[in-house]
Structure formats: C-alpha cells, structure tokens
Design a protein. Sequence first.
Lengths: 179, 196
Amino acid sequence: MHSLQPNPDMRADDWPSELYRILKAADVRQMSYVPDAGHSQLIRLFSADRDVTTNVLTTEEEGVAIAAGAWLGGQRSVLLMQSSGVGNCINMLSLSAIGRFPLLMLVTMRGEWAEFNPWQVPMSRATQPSLEAIGLKVMRAESAEDLVETVESAAALAYDSDQQIAVLIGQRLIGKKKW
Amino acid sequence: MPMQAQLDRRAAVAALLKNRKDTLVVSGLGSPTYDLHSVGDHDGNFYLWGAMGGAALIGLGLAQAQPGKRVLALTGDGEQLMGLGGIATIGVARPRNLDIVVIDNQHFGETGMQASHTGRGVDLTAIAMACGFVATGTVRTLEEVERLATQLDETVDGPRLFVIKVLAENPPRSLPSRDAVFIKNRFRAHLGFAAA
C-alpha cells in the first residue's frame, strides 16, 4: 500500500472526499450506513463506486453484523452512522469484540455543539462511555485535518491489527444543522 | 389455528444439509447453532452464541464478499424476529447467493419455551415477500425439506427465505467451540485467507 500524504490544499469542508480517498486506499469494499447529514457526501461517493457494495440499514447494529460477515468472506467494511445510532449497536458489538473482528465505525456527533434538538443530547453524552464499556477503542477529531489523519490511523488499526474502532466526528467540525 | 408441527428439528437440518457441497453456513444463537453442529462440524460454519438478530446480516456481508459461493443463514424464529429490519435491508441489497432458513418451533426454546410471535400469526415468509425476496416457502415434512435442500443449489436472482416448522422440543445440545476467534480464523482459512 502506498503511503498517504496529507493534502495541504484540502478545503476545510472537503474532508468527506479525503475520507473516501483514505478508505479506498485501505481497500474498503463494503460500506453500510444509516444516513446522517454529516455523512451525506461520503455516502454519495461510495454509492457511485461500483467497486464498493453499499447497504442502507434499518438500524445501525445491522452494519456491525454485515462488517463481520464481510471479514469472514475476506473483505473490509466501514460503517457510517450518527451518535444516536451507537445506542442501537451495543449488544451486536459483542460479536466484533469477542470475535476480534476488524471494525471501523465513523460516527458523526449530534447533541454536543450548538444543538437545537434536545432529544439528541442524552445519547450524545452516552456515546463514548457506552462504546468503551463494550470494548471499542474510541478516537475523536475536532478539525478536518485531524479527522483525516485519525481515520487513516484508525483504518490501519482496525484492518491490520484486528481492532474495533469508533471515530467520533465532532459536531463542531460538521457545523450547525439549519432549521 | 395452525396445525401442530411434528417435524424433528435435527432430522430436518440433517436433511437440509445432507448434500451441502461448498455452501457457507452462519447459524443463529441457541438451537440452530446446536443443530448445525449436530450434523457434523465444518470449517465453512460460523456459529453464533450471541449477537441475536445478526445471523442473516452476517450472511449478507459474507454473501457480498463471496458472490461465487452460496451462503445459508440457518436461524430460529426468535433470532430472526429480533432482526426483522434486516429482512428489509437484505431485500434491498438483493444478494443472489443468500438464503435464510428459519427453523421455526414458534417458541424461545433456550429460555424456557415461551411462545414467540410466529405461533401467534406473524408470518416471516410474508414479511420477506413484502421486502422483495424472490422466493419464500413454509415446509412441514421431511419430504418437503428434502425438496427444499435441492432448491438451495439453484441459481436464483435474489434472496430467499424458507421456514421449516418443527416440533417445540430441546434435543440434547451439540456444542461447537465458543471461541469466536478460533471459529473465525478457521472459517477464513477455509476460504484461503491467512490469519492476522
């Protein structure tokens, strides 16, 4: 695998293209998601890619199971969701943890920065502790540059070292939702 | 009232997998895992002891990664009921090499034989049809299971879901390894992948 240099010309709002480039370079072949506005560009990029199988999910834990199945069959998978979806995943994450299945989840945070919807706050607060309680390693990024580097190292940890990783993408980075 | 099922689950699973060829099998927690192991341990088996609701979706990820192989998710009514949304996800994904077979005793057999939804009018085959599965069916006799077994090798255009109605009883447990890392690495080695 060729080494990836950070792109100094990256625009602050173009991190999804950089994540796509990194995940492609990591040979990710399956992507599953419950949509979040913050993931919309990355979802579009993967959905247009005929070399990647994408699955839209009814609930996020389905993607944890799909990722394990993909690995059994020799493929790498990435799972996209927002923080509210982390709560749906907890018991299914037993599979990744006890089977030491590579797992990479990219979680856009809600309920922590200029949030309009109070219903997002409780799960936002529970996201990191509940992921850590079930055994995942949690990494966090608050800037586009940091995010790109974090996802690159998270992908290596997951797929090369059989780790279960959630990268939390700070709401500050994604920006305010327009109401 | 639906008729009382008489079929023995072990006889049904043995007939289903008698000529299995190179089909890869993922089994749902509880009795389907014991049933699958009772037929004979196999490197192409992935046994679940937890992750309830995940069997068919592990099957989906596997089927997508191995389009040249047939994949069977062998599970129970309780396990599949927990993963109802997954039937919609699989219907949309439309894998051509994935079958779900539900060994349906209409009860939660592992926890004291409490009645489940499938004995109270919920029809998993109707749900699967409504989600775009290309074929579904319910079988109740050993002869029908034998016919179903030959259908599992057919080339088809999308996912299928079959229900095998069985007698609600717990035969002696046949326990595969509970070490998921071992089973995972053995499964991957079977497909030619090295352990990390």
